[in-house]
Each structure stands twice: as structure tokens, then as C-alpha cells.
Design a protein around this ligand. Sequence first.
Ligand SMILES: [Zn+2]
Ligand SMILES: [Zn+2]
Length: 424
Amino acid sequence: MKKPKTLPLVIYILRLCNNFFGSRGGIDSLACKLLVKLFRVGNWEIDGDKTKINGKEGMEITEKKYVEEVYNYLHSIPETGHNEFKTSKFISEELKKFGYDVVEGIAVTGIIATIDSGVKGPILAVRADMDALEYEIDGKKINIHSCGHDANSSMVLAAAKEVIEKGISRGRAVFIFQPAEEILGGAIEMAKSGLLDEVEEIVGIHLRPIQEARLGEATPALCHGSSKVVKVKINGLASHGARPHLGVNAVDAAVLAINGINTIRIDPRVPHSAKVVKINTSGSAHNIIPDSVTMVLDLRAQKNEIMEELVEKIKDAINGSVQSIGARAEIEVDGVPAAEYDEEMLRIVREAIRDVLGSSIDEIITPGGEDFHFYTEILKVKSAYIGLGSDLVPGLHHPEMKFNLKALEYGKEILKKVVFKRLG
Ligand SMILES: [Zn+2]
Ligand SMILES: [Zn+2]
């Protein structure tokens, strides 16, 4: 079936209709949603550049709308970390079709696509994440792209398309599509794959909630904090409830440890926190003095030095406290580093933002964590990370998260400009 050229207008009207009725939750809203869904992923054609969707013939996409149509498709197939099979297959096929050298299956579903100019120059990577989040709604498990990784992937894929079409004149451009950002596994595995060892510079991008940036605004420095999870197992000695003097009560040891943690003092000018968020004891009967307690702590710090200090003090506080009554602690620390950006990269990305949006906003400080910063830490590369305003409401990770799709075009253009500033 040949689609009329007025289709984008029809979709626009349907979306307006969807937004209008969506807030009122009527039957019309459902009908509109169904129609929008049908038009988003239907097997039809628009005049223009032909692109396969989901490996099927039939959908043709106008050049201008490529980023948005890719977004609509990825949005319709949300997949959780390390399960991004359809998403990865689609992106990989597109990249191969564009002419990239593509390596697939890194960290299960990760993709690395490279174009080499053959001329000496910088090796610049642009990174997107692909995973969605799982929710339980009305008793049903459902995946939703509520963090906008579908948007990140669409912007990077559309930028990759335009980069190879125009070509680069020096260095190499490397496009990374990583899995499992939300479960903090993807970036480490991609960075340790050995396939990115020659990368010198890296740029990431993420939509921001409306409170941080409006549509038409962007920063070259989205400053994530470091976040760590500390798992603690305290080992005491079991005994009968009637003879506590023959045991070491792991609960007593845990209480001492928590008090120790709560007395830690670190430079208050840098935001940070340490909280015990889970605690469990061993033993089933109330008359057993428990010989073990497990605890989980959530740590946040806006700078890596402060996080290191916090972790050391936490370990000292726990070990010192439990040992004072004869218990022992096993401590495991996991998590993501804070953002550390390179001034030169920030300058280049800032210029790209100004070229596209007219101006660039200051850095955005966010307490949220991001596994992107493992690339900087493991590969020792220069980095910057674009925070892109999109009028996103009500917030990231909210199951009804929505944003203005115009942001996709802005993000794609900014990424493209960054690549050409370095390699053009
Ligand atoms: Zn997220
Ligand atoms: Zn995210």
C-alpha cells in the first residue's frame, strides 16, 4: 500500500488527539492510541529513503523523519538489559546497510560500528544505550522505555547514518550501542571487550527531565554522581537464647556497625550520603542468637575522591565496630564512578550545541548514576556527555514518561556536528 505524503500530518493530528484525550482517559483516547500505534509500526510506505523495519520490507522513511521513525519503532519493542535482541538486530542491520564495519554480540547484544577515513586522526566514539525497564502494571509484567534509551539509540543511529553518507576526512568514528545500562553491566563489558582499546574520545547523550532542561536546551556536561552498593555479611557465633554469653550476636554487631556508619563525617561541600537500605538475619527460631546478618548500603557522592573516602571510612566503621564484640565482616562494593569530563571535549560539544540550538546551558548536576563513566575510567579516554532538554514529564523511570519528539532531531544534529568537528 502506498502511503499519502500527508501521512506525517495525519500522525501529528493523531498524536495531538492522543495527548488531548490521553489526559482524560476516555474511550477516544484508546482509539487514538491504537491508531497512533498502528501508524507507528504499520507495514506501509512513505516516499523517500527506504529503510527496513524489523527486517521486513515495506516501510520507507523520509530523510527528515528518519530519527523519529526509528524512535517510534524502538519504542514499540522495549527490551530489558541483555535481552535487547530485536533492538540490536534492527540497529545492526541498519548500520550494515549504511556501510559500517559492524561487530555484534558484544556483552550479548552490544554493537560496535566503525568507519575509518584511512587518514591519521582522532578516534572518536559516540555511545548509546538500548535497554528498557520492566514494570508490573495491573498484575502484568511489561517493559517500557521510560528512561528514553530508545531516544538515545535513535539519535546515535540517525547521526551514524548521516556521518557515513557525508564521510569523514580523518581519524575513525566508532558508534557504540550498549546493552544493560539500567543494570549497570553493559558499559563495563563493552569497555573490557578489547574492541575499544584504541578509542581516544567518547561522547554520550541522554534526555533530561523538564526540571533540568527545556526543549531547545542542552549541556555538554551532564554531571552524574558516583553511586555504589555495599553488601555486608556480618559473621558472629550462634548460641541458645538462654545462654547469650556463649555466642556473638550478629544483630548487636550490625547495630554497632550502623551507628559507626552514621557517625562518618566527610566534606559537606560535596553532596554525598550513605544509608543502610536492607537488613536480614539468619536463623528461624526466636531462641537462637543469630550468627549472621546481611546488610545492603546505598552510597552516593558527587565526586570520585569523595566516594573513595566514603567507601574507606565505611569499611573502617563496619570492621572496627563488629570486631569490637568478636564478629567479622565480609564487605563487597559495586557501583558506578562519577562523571569526569575533559575540558577540550566539553568545548567541542559546547560549540556543537551552540551551532544547533544557538546557545548552550551550564553543566547539569544530577545525583543519578550512569555506567557511561566506566568507559572513561577503564579506557582512560577523554569524555563529554550531552544532557538534552526535551520537556520530558513526569520524570525518567516513570512508566508514563513522555517528551517532545523534536528533541530527537536536535540531539542527532548535535552528535553529527561533534563528529564532523573532530573528524570532518
Ligand atoms: Zn534509567
Ligand atoms: Zn537512562
